[in-house]
Design a protein around this ligand. Structure first.
Ligand code: SAM
Length: 217
């Protein structure tokens, strides 16, 4: 799953992961993070998700990162926003109002470029990446956001019945990726109606990841 894979997906319009309405698990479980009004939420690998529309409508600031310029351009257009675009290291920064999206590879984004965020919302980001990339992504995400708490949505199914993406990411993996930095707590688990594209049963899990307590003073 390199950059060319995702760029080709967007160019061919193969965006089955894009949901026609804000994700129900986001709208139901974001309150579990107890964010203050006006908090800034980072949405990694954001695509042109309607979840961003919903977060903005709740009064949050949103930062995103997305490889595809097609997706970023469509996101702003769908919101009726005309972004101010500036080069930002290896990425381009698209900004309008309370929305800022970095177009490029998230691994090239630095904490200084991103700025402070209060939380991360990860839907179809961690599970979009194959195992070796997930390790690097999780480590980078924690550094990028200074261990900000996360709302993470994962998918579980028998990986042998279908090649990803999306990939199956179970409890052991979530704990391994964030060991020593963020503490995972599963707050919901539900069967996916129809399973994984009809191929096998699948479950969605919602996790909160909160910073591990530091050593006692
Ligand atoms: C499965 S889609 C999910 C999009 C969005 N989170 C949603 O829920 O609709 C994964 C997205 O990640 C983007 N992507 C993949 N690798 C990336 C990377 N290294 N940096 C930034 N974006 C990436 C892809 O272009 C694609 O839009």
């Amino acid at each position: 799953m390199d950059e060319a894979f995702w760029q080709a997906k967007w160019e061919r319009g193969e965006t089955g992961f894009h949901e026609p309405r804000p994700n129900a698990l986001l709208t139901r479980y974001l309150p579990a993070l107890h964010l203050p009004a006006g908090a800034r939420v980072f949405v990694p690998l954001c695509g042109m998700s309607l979840d961003i529309h919903w977060l903005l409508a709740q009064g949050y600031g949103v930062a995103g990162c997305e490889l595809s310029r097609i997706a970023v351009t469509r996101l702003f257009a769908a919101l009726g926003l005309v972004p101010h675009v500036t080069p930002c290291g290896a990425l381009d920064r698209f900004e309008a109002g309370k929305l800022c999206v970095f177009a490029g590879n998230i691994l090239d984004l630095t904490p200084q470029q991103l700025g402070a965020v209060d939380a991360v919302y990860d839907r179809a980001a961690l599970i979009a990446l194959p195992a070796p990339m997930r390790v690097a992504y999780a480590r980078h995400l924690v550094a990028l956001t200074h261990s900000a708490p996360q709302l993470l949505i994962c998918l579980e199914y028998d990986q042998s019945c279908r090649a990803g993406p999306p990939f199956a990411v179970d409890e052991t993996m979530v704990r391994q990726y964030y060991a020593g930095t963020l503490l995972p707590a599963r707050i919901a688990r539900q069967a996916v109606p129809g399973g994984l594209k009809g191929a096998c049963p699948a479950w969605e899990s919602v996790w909160t990841l909160t910073p591990c307590p530091g050593p006692a003073p």
